[in-house]
Design a protein around this ligand. Structure first.
Ligand code: PLP
Length: 438
């Protein structure tokens, strides 16, 4: 018999003549085959034959197997969290629906209110700003470092005010932000630091894992990140010891399944945030399947980062002779990027044209252009909310120069040697053409 856990509200009715056996429907052999066909697509005779074999085995298995006791928030989620804690050297990491949900928990802890200021980098993904914006906080955009594209700590220091409640450094492309000056400033002014480590799982800054340096860190396991938990997922962790015990309750409506829920009427309580703030939790629960998926991929994160590093190092070696290019920094002592993206900077003076020309040439040569992380302050949602994009742009000169004239990036994981060479050749040829004015 499958184990039925006493802590599960679906089953804890004890020994009765009429048990409340299950509320939801289980899955069957047919459903599992649909999942197999979804994860392993194909066509042709060999594929159909292999599928038939699997189907026969799955039907045989169905005769002798039991369904899992739980599909949501149970042992697999807990194991994924334990693996994260082991890998990150953290405690109390909490697996949530996605990275953005992790940000929300950190923001609620902070007690953010309408009008509070939150400093974010000028270049990042919309998810970084979504929750503070949704509750009426004022976003303040810090300029970026012209080489790493990461938030510039000196500009954060210039833009901090008495209303700044939170700073959100983003390890863009998995390259470590210079965290020390940001942490020092935040400590002096009692500001919460939330690391957007969506690209940063496994990276290191001064020997510390990215996402574990600030008060909070959140990682993304969306399908486009370095590892995934079946398409969506996030881990949030904290250095705020007083809040660590509240993380699981903050994930699920103010209750914690690792403790016995005695009475729903009284056990759902407010969550204790920063100082004397308290908040109501909503629901960011993850499934056991996601928990399993995350464990499987964490097991190979080191190999993945190493393969990415090697691809980046190879591209660097191919592009090294070209004076018009600045290639991806590979890190060094204590500094370890995750190589989520391969960053390339063009010097428009030496190349004879800017990066817009390079991008067009590369696209024409069949090197895919992927969407770029752009200036956040240009997003329509901010215009709709009355932000003055030109004034903000004027306060972020590096962002404007780098984004429009110098910077591009490439995905490098899973490319063959031939494809890497094709890419390097195409880049070098394009620069050569640009220099000759072709
Ligand atoms: C993907 C991404 C996020 C959001 O992650 P989700 O898991 O999709 O919520 C946040 N920040 C950056 C920089 C990202 O690229």
């Amino acid at each position: 018999m499958a184990e039925k856990k006493a802590s599960d509200f679906r089953y804890n009715t004890g020994e009765t003549k009429v048990p409340w056996a299950a509320v939801g429907e289980n899955y069957n052999a047919e459903d599992l085959m649909a999942v197999v066909r979804f994860l392993m697509k194909g066509q042709g005779a060999a594929y159909e034959a292999a599928l038939k074999d699997v189907e026969k085995s799955v039907c045989a298995l169905d005769q002798v197997a039991e369904p899992p006791a739980k599909l949501s928030l149970d042992v697999e989620v807990a194991r994924a969290e334990a693996l994260c804690d082991q890998y990150l050297h953290t405690a109390g990491s909490t697996f949530v629906t996605n990275c953005t949900a992790g940000f929300e928990i950190a923001c609620k802890y902070t007690g953010l209110r309408p009008g509070d200021e939150v400093i974010v980098p000028a270049i990042t993904f919309a998810a970084t700003m979504a929750y503070p914006l949704s509750i009426g906080c004022k976003l303040v955009f810090a300029d970026v470092d012209p080489v790493t594209l990461n938030i510039d700590p000196a500009d954060v220091a210039r833009k901090v005010t008495d209303r700044t409640k939170m700073i959100v450094p983003v390890h863009i492309g998995g390259y470590p932000v210079d965290m020390d000056p940001i942490m020092q400033l935040a400590r002096e002014r009692d500001i919460v630091v939330l690391e957007d480590a969506a690209h940063g799982f496994g990276g290191e800054y001064k020997g510390k894992k990215l996402g574990t340096i600030g008060d909070f860190g959140a990682f993304s396991f969306h399908e486009v990140k370095n590892i995934t938990s079946f398409g969506e997922g996030g881990i949030v962790c904290t250095n705020v010891e007083a809040f660590r015990g509240e993380m699981k309750r903050a994930r699920f409506l103010g209750t914690d399944f690792s403790r016995q829920i005695k009475d729903w009427l009284y056990d759902v309580t407010l969550i204790q945030g920063k100082g004397d703030t308290k908040f109501v939790a909503t629901n960011f629960s993850t499934t056991e399947i996601q928990g399993l998926g995350l464990q499987l991929q964490i097991a190979r994160i080191e190999q993945i980062i190493e393969a990415r590093r090697q691809a980046a190092a190879y591209l660097n070696s191919r592009l090294a002779g070209c004076g018009a290019l600045t290639t991806q920094d590979l890190g060094g002592e204590g500094c370890r990027p995750t190589f989520h993206l391969y960053r390339l900077l063009v010097d428009p003076e030496k190349a004879g044209a800017d990066v817009q020309v390079l991008k067009k040439k590369l696209a024409a040569k069949g090197v895919t252009e992927i969407a770029h992380f752009g200036p956040l302050y240009r997003f329509q949602v901010l215009k709709d909310l009355g932000y003055d994009e030109d004034a903000i742009a004027a306060s972020c000169p590096n962002c404007e120069e780098v984004f429009y004239r110098r910077f591009t990036h490439f995905p490098i994981y899973g490319l063959s040697q031939e494809q890497l060479d094709y890419m390097a050749d195409a880049i070098l040829e394009s620069i050569d053409e640009m220099q000759k004015g072709i």
